[in-house]
Design a protein around this ligand. Structure first.
Ligand code: MN
Length: 351
């Protein structure tokens, strides 16, 4: 194992093994929290952690902030998922009959990124375990492993699983089954753009190589997550791309997708997820932004940059977050045209 992972992965592995013993004794449940607006990395890592915890004999479920996107159906993870109702009783939340005892977050650390209901459930306890690769301010507690240098939460979970297998004297196959390997592969290919982004390191490829050996079929994962399109997805993406506007002599690209456009093409809000990276890939574009009306008076923004623009800092102005090269936000009560004009004006200052 690469040295840079050894300390963090070993610490998490020991914590998970110890917690598992404690939780088994109490017959309690762990809820594993992804962030809202779920993606391949948070779903992959939360399902993988849940699968590993179950292998250790723990009652564990992924606490879902929304429905699983249809392009992730091939992962066959339905039995790992728990959909909380909004009106749970704080003191005594039952998770499929088991008393909720322990939160575990992956690919996010802060409750406000998890959606309202999940945030309330997450914050019932203060001793959450966290595995995250986002830059967060509150780094140092024993229960957290935060590594912004890592490509993905899934890569970190993989190395944690390696240490769990070593500590318990098991083979890696005992800890990461075929489905778990597929989930981890899904997160790594998502967050590295199929190993093309600058966050791809030698240890990223090593983890992917091991996951292939464990049954993480990279062809199946990539086809389902990247290439397979529904007819409505194809139509709305094409419409969105051809409506792109360029500013700052081509350095800024922006697309607005209205409810009317979604309706016209019979598309749902998740069906334009590839548009923002296609925009960013246009020669000369440094900063790309896709705004979409997602109903409920809410606009979702997705931001990408090529080399210098800090999307994470920019998204924070709108209550969001993410990474330097990829970030997002959700905002209520704004008009899409007026919000776009403001973003163009604000972003221009840095372009
Ligand atoms: Mn991630």
């Amino acid at each position: 194992m690469k040295e840079r992972y050894f300390e963090g992965a070993s610490r998490m592995a020991k914590l998970i093994i110890a917690k598992a013993e404690e939780l088994k004794k109490n017959d309690g449940a762990v809820l594993v929290f992804p962030h809202k607006s779920v993606d391949g990395d948070c779903i992959g890592s939360s399902c993988a952690v849940t699968s590993i915890l179950r292998m250790l004999g723990v009652n564990a479920w992924v606490c879902m902030p929304e429905e699983l996107p249809s392009n992730m159906g091939f992962l066959n993870v339905e039995d790992l998922l728990f959909y909380p109702s909004e009106d749970f009783a704080d003191g005594d939340l039952l998770v499929n009959g088991k008393h909720y005892d322990q939160p575990f977050s992956v690919d996010c650390t802060e409750g406000h990124r998890m959606g309202d209901t999940n945030c309330r459930i997450f914050e019932i306890y203060e001793d959450a375990l966290d595995i995250d690769h986002h830059e967060v301010t509150d780094l140092a507690t024993e229960n957290k492993w935060i590594d912004p240098g890592s490509s993905s939460a899934c890569e970190m979970v993989f190395y944690t699983a390696v240490r769990i297998s070593e500590i318990l004297g098991k083979t890696l196959k005992d800890v990461i089954d075929t489905r778990c390997a597929k989930c981890l592969m899904a997160g790594i290919v998502t967050d590295t753009g199929r190993f093309t982004y600058t966050n791809t390191r030698p240890e990223t490829l090593e983890s992917a190589g091991s996951l292939m050996e464990l049954g993480g079929d990279i062809t199946e994962v990539c086809y389902n997550l990247f290439d397979l399109k529904t007819p409505s997805e194809f139509a709305i993406s094409s419409a969105a791309c051809s409506s792109a506007e360029f500013f700052c002599e081509g350095r800024l690209a922006i697309v607005k997708v209205t409810t009317e456009m979604f309706n016209k093409h019979g598309a749902n809000h998740d069906e334009i997820s590839d548009v923002v990276s296609r925009l960013r890939d246009v020669g000369g574009v440094e900063f790309a932004c896709v705004l979409r009306e997602v109903g409920n008076d809410t606009i979702r923004g997705n931001l990408r940059s090529k080399t210098s623009f800090d999307c994470s800092v920019f998204a924070e102005q709108y209550g969001g977050g993410g990474h330097k090269r990829a970030a997002g936000f959700s905002i209520k009560g704004r008009q899409i045209d007026e919000l776009a004009d403001e973003i163009i004006k604000e972003a221009s200052k840095f372009l």
